[in-house]
Ligand binder design. Structure first.
Ligand code: SF4
Length: 346
């Protein structure tokens, strides 16, 4: 589960790239870079309304751009302000995101000095071809090198990937998944592509040169990757873009959904139940009522987003009864008392 972050968005500043999918002014909350004073106000505001207990588990997170590539004086001014609010009685640390080729020993020492605890790398894909086609300007090896360096300095490591990029195929998505598992980050974010106005992807899409997977396929791929990461002990802290106000109005295509993670989790549960129904149950038992139990953390996914699983089970003739059982783990369901871990790939 994601921690309660104090998110501060730093727009495109300092980034010399134009990745195919990126329109930082669209996905950031604000188009203007916040001043250090503004940052101080945001953090002080959050500090004031959060209890000490909640603060202890929350991080100050600088997102939205390539944090380590922004103007150095501006970056250190932001970190100075943030560092005043961490430690005893304050927030648990500072989280930043950046590009793999904007990491070196010097910057890591600086981040350490100001109390940064977690670094997320926008890897996006571990395929040379896909990175090139999407003009990322770095290679998979850059991701591997940066990840190793970040780890050697004792930071928590996060990796971010995108699903459905221009030129990416299903095997490419799973290659990225496998490479991430080899790197073994602490956390991962899975972002299905959202095609934003004014980007290269939008032009390619409008020209017909870029075709997206059907939505259900993207959901399915994200579900496989989510289960694989969680099974490997990699905490998935986000699936799908945040419901920022401008994403929906600026999206021309893609997989934006305000509850994308819930849709994926529902799909995972549906597939697990269906697999059990087809392969573990006798034809006689399939005719009877099927009792599914789940922890309250998972019960929504059993019903499905907007009860989609209930509709599905009914449409294939399954007589399903769902109830809450909090003695089960948050990733378990029981089907007729047979406990199944839904995140484990079997
Ligand atoms: S490196 Fe990051 S900020 Fe720069 S264009 Fe690419 S996605 Fe946008």
């Amino acid at each position: 589960m994601a921690r309660a972050n104090i998110s501060i968005f730093i727009p495109h500043m300092g980034c010399p790239h134009t990745c195919s999918f990126c329109n930082q002014h669209t996905i950031s909350r604000t188009e203007k870079a916040p001043s250090p004073k503004k940052v101080e106000e945001i953090i002080a505001g959050a500090y004031g309304y959060m209890s000490e207990e909640r603060r202890r588990d929350a991080e100050i997170a600088f997102f939205g751009g390539s944090f380590t590539a922004i103007d150095r004086d501006y970056m250190t001014a932001l970190l100075e302000k943030a560092s005043e609010f961490i430690g005893e009685k304050g927030f648990r640390g500072i989280r930043i995101s950046t590009r793999p080729d904007c990491i070196d020993e010097e910057i890591l020492m600086l981040l350490k000095k100001y109390g940064v605890t977690a670094i997320e790398l926008g890897a996006q894909s571990m395929s040379d071809k896909v990175l090139e086609m999407n003009e990322r300007g770095h290679t998979p090896q850059d991701v591997i090198n940066a990840a190793a360096l970040i780890r050697s300095y004792g930071f928590e490591l996060g990796l971010q990937m995108m699903v459905g990029l221009y030129g990416s195929t299903e095997p490419d998505e799973y290659r990225t998944m496998r490479e991430f598992i080899k790197i073994n980050p602490d956390t991962a974010r899975i972002y299905p592509v959202c095609v934003l106005k004014g980007t290269k992807l939008a032009r390619l899409y409008e020209d017909g040169a870029y075709q997206l997977y059907p939505f259900e396929k993207a959901v399915n791929i994200c579900g496989v990757i989510y289960c694989a990461f969680e099974s490997a002990g990699i905490r998935v802290i986000r699936m799908g873009l945040h419901a920022e106000d401008k994403v929906e109005e600026n999206a021309v295509a893609g997989f934006y959904h305000p509850a994308f993670a819930e849709v994926v989790r529902s799909d995972i549960v549906k597939n697990r139940v269906l697999k059990y129904y087809m392969s573990e149950m006798s034809p006689e038992d399939r005719e009877k009522q099927i009792n599914i139990e789940a922890n309250k953390a998972l019960i929504g996914a059993v019903y499905g987003h907007k009860r989609s699983n209930i509709t599905f089970f009914g449409s294939v003739g399954m007589n399903v009864r769902i109830s809450e059982n909090n003695s089960l783990a948050p990733d378990e369901i029981s089907i007729n008392k047979d406990v199944q871990n839904v995140l484990k790939i079997t």
